[in-house]
Design a protein around this ligand. Structure first.
Ligand code: PEP
Ligand code: MN
Length: 262
């Protein structure tokens, strides 16, 4: 179901992704919802820089049970209020099948994270809706397994699936993960699904995010998922990789069509 023809998906804010739109959708916001004030500040900055979709997690799939786990439904309610006030689209993630219905109810786009990608309870539930689903590649997942996970959603009846490369685990440890742009090329060639790149989780450090963003737009990806935070150093999750809101606005401005070779 993921092969042949083109597939376009309508996102909030009147953004169409997939096919030959020739544009790249920017989605940004903090790793986690931490407070209403934080999300308000982010929403204002996104609005000013022309970004129409806000990301932020409420159910965080942390590696340690002792780390901040997210604000759960309270966070979803914050996103809901800020969406209405600022007219932004919202994407937030499902961690496990116990709250999948709740996330489906609140969010405009459902994010399935790298660790949840194999959860068939989530995949099968997301097949029964029409809202767009952003499926992130697991960090130990090969491309075959990745498209097969997408197929659970597609074959169950939801055609609105977008794939997101977010870095895979390799022998390299200096960066958090390794962004697999070869994999992006493979997915462009062999699937008709819109493709996103998340440079933030791949890099793990704010310093590389702008370059990876430009590399991804040069490849013609359909969208980007970039973490930004009013005060990254104080962030309750993924502090080292989040851009400041100023850096995010500047990055958004700096994206130009690929330079002409001379
Ligand atoms: C996230 O987007 O904050 C996240 C947890 O990403 P991933 O699932 O790719 O690790
Ligand atoms: Mn994160």
């Amino acid at each position: 179901l993921y092969q042949g023809g083109t597939r376009t998906i309508e996102l909030p804010g009147g953004i169409t992704v997939g096919g030959d739109t020739g544009h790249t959708a920017f989605i940004s916001g903090p790793c986690s919802v931490e407070s209403e004030g934080q999300i308000e500040t982010v929403a204002q900055a996104l609005q000013q820089s022309g970004i129409k979709i806000l990301r932020a997690g409420c159910y965080k799939p942390r590696t340690s049970p002792y780390s901040f786990q997210g604000m759960a439904e309270e966070g979803l309610q914050i996103l809901d209020r800020v969406r209405k006030k600022y007219g932004l689209g919202i994407i937030t993630e499902v961690r496990d099948a116990t709250h999948v219905d709740q996330v489906i109810e609140y969010s405009d786009i459902i994010q399935i994270g790298a660790k949840a990608m194999y959860d068939q309870g989530i995949l099968r539930r997301c097949a029964t809706i029409r809202k767009p689903v952003l499926l992130k590649r697991g960090f130990g997942t090969n491309l075959q397994e990745f498209v097969q996970a997408a197929e659970f959603i597609l074959s169950g009846g939801n055609p609105n699936v977008m794939l997101c490369e977010r870095g895979i685990r390799t022998f390299e440890t200096k960066t958090r993960f390794t962004l697999d742009l070869c994999g992006v090329a493979y997915l462009k060639e062999h699937t008709n699904l819109p493709i996103f790149v998340d440079p933030s989780h791949a890099m793990g450090y704010a310093y590389g995010v702008a370059d990876l963003t430009r590399a991804s737009t040069a490849m013609g990806v359909d969208g980007l998922l970039i973490e930004s935070h009013p005060n990254p150093r104080e962030a309750l999750s993924d502090a080292s990789q989040q851009l400041t809101l100023e850096q995010m606005a500047q990055l958004r401005q700096s994206i130009v069509p690929v330079a002409q070779a001379v």
